[in-house]
Write a protein that binds this ligand. Sequence first.
Ligand code: CP
Length: 315
Amino acid sequence: ARHLLGIEHLAPEEIRTVLDLAETYVDLNRRTVKHSDALAGMTQINMFFEASTRTQASFELAGKRLGADVMNMSVAHSSVKKGETLIDTAMTLNAMHPDLLVVRHPASGAVDLLAQKVNCAVLNAGDGRHEHPTQALLDALTIRRAKGRIQRLTVAICGDIAHSRVARSNLILLGKMENRVRLIGPPTLMPSGVGDLGCEVYQDMREGLKDCDVVMMLRLQRERMDGGFIPSEREYYHRFGLDAEKLAFAKEDAIVMHPGPMNRGVEIDGELADDINRSVIQHQVEMGVAVRMACMDLLARNLRAERGARAAGVM
Ligand code: CP
């Protein structure tokens, strides 16, 4: 494929290919030198129209470790502030001939639209409530490394499902890899048509967590609530916040995940988040670099093959 826009476009075999290639980069991650020339001579531009710590930093690091020239466009200081549209901004950068464009945008579908306009490979770094594919891939790698497999597991995704692109991408990926997915949260934070998603839905944490292998917590995304239902943090934590007492209902060796940024004392107990015997939150961040290296490496190979075919007159 030319782009990475969503997990919905990936076949199980392609997901496995990304994870296997990422695995080859894992041990190299701790070094500070460039580790590969997979993106040598290529230019990567990161365009983040929404705040990010993990995704932006890891894409930058991943590109540099693969030998690309990496440029972070600062949206706050760009002509977006003067009213330039997303497409005009993208076309302006496209005219500088980047090879890879990494885009985060608050509107669902904005990254797909942009991908139709530019000549380079586009990677979705999160679009609205739609998809966050590299997050689901790094979560899958983290699970596979902790559990030894990414099939036949029972995974609970808990909290603000309705506003979460992380939940959506994970739900699609875990389903494709034949896992059992449970969604746990208040009905007001469940997406519409949740019954058609092929997963079990619970409103009670203790019931939903029973015998789970993986517990994935989500941030309460107040910025996407549009003045609708906003639960009180105290009440929310009491009912849906993960603490040791609720986690005891899951399997004894269940792992705890959170994509970050997390609100301690809202969706997760701070001590539990830091408990290295249960929490793999820091591993998720570590796997993020390896997975983004793998995604960009694979897209660069496709890009080179496409250009080679075009130069040979095949396309
Ligand atoms: N998980 C995630 O996307 O984090 P950032 O918003 O910090 O990139």
